[in-house]
Design a protein around this ligand. Structure first.
Ligand code: SF4
Length: 226
């Protein structure tokens, strides 16, 4: 861990793990290129690297103020240092939340085998077929990998949520309903409202922000994150 680096670090956040004051470690790089993604600098590894050892020292120093640590990205499961980092955090007695796009079920399997995670948040960006996924993620990805991750999370995660960002120009409401049916897990599904901020594809800055009330009308029983 001595020389490994992260793409970013937030010493304390109230927003990244509901009900928790959490430090957030951002890994660098992502295998997806979602056009509406707000994390351009992380996805394309443009941030200044921070040594993981420095971050861990800071977390240790403020341990008594923290309820846990969130590992986010970019996409954490592409990083070879993810599992050693999670082991380290667990050895410090810290609850860990992992944000992932779910494209590496083998990594999730290892994490569950070693009981390294307390909460998993997986993005389910489109209906689970290769064609729709390619449109929304900007890359070719096998839907089977995502299906495998969903099943693993449902079975082994101590707590979890699946998140879908709603932007009608990219994901129609019919497709949103299709995701709901495919997940078949309303209690763990959260729909996030698109905001035109710092998007990877500049044309998405022209789209209107999606209002939570609009989504609430479409999906009255589902948790909406504005
Ligand atoms: S929104 Fe897409 S491109 Fe951005 S970090 Fe998440 S998976 Fe990667």
């Amino acid at each position: 861990m001595q020389n490994t680096t992260a793409g970013g670090y937030l010493p304390a956040s109230f927003l990244d793990w509901e009900g928790h004051v959490a430090a957030v470690i951002f890994t660098s790089g992502c295998n997806f290129k979602c056009p509406w993604c707000h994390n351009y600098d992380l996805v394309f590894s443009k941030t200044d690297p921070i040594k993981i050892a420095t971050i861990l020292n800071d977390i240790e120093r403020r341990r008594s103020f923290l309820d846990g640590v969130v590992i986010s990205g970019g996409e954490p499961t592409i990083c070879p240092s993810l599992i050693p980092l999670m082991r380290e955090l667990k050895s410090m007695g810290l609850p860990v939340k992992l944000d992932t796009n779910g494209s590496f079920p083998n990594v999730l399997e290892s994490i569950f085998d070693e009981k390294l995670v307390d909460f998993v948040a997986m993005d389910v960006k489109a209906p689970l077929n290769d064609e729709d996924l390619e449109i929304v993620t900007g890359v070719s990805i096998s839907s089977n990998l995502l299906k495998k991750s969903i099943n693993l999370i449902k079975k082994y995660a101590p707590a979890y949520e699946f998140r879908t960002t709603y932007l009608p120009e990219l994901l129609s409401k019919e497709k949103l309903f299709q995701i709901r049916e495919e997940l078949d897990d309303d209690d763990h599904w959260v729909v996030q409202c698109f905001k035109p901020v710092n998007c990877i594809s500049k044309e998405y800055l022209e789209y209107k922000e999606v209002r939570a009330e609009v989504v609430k009308q479409l999906l009255p029983d589902i948790k909406i994150r504005g």
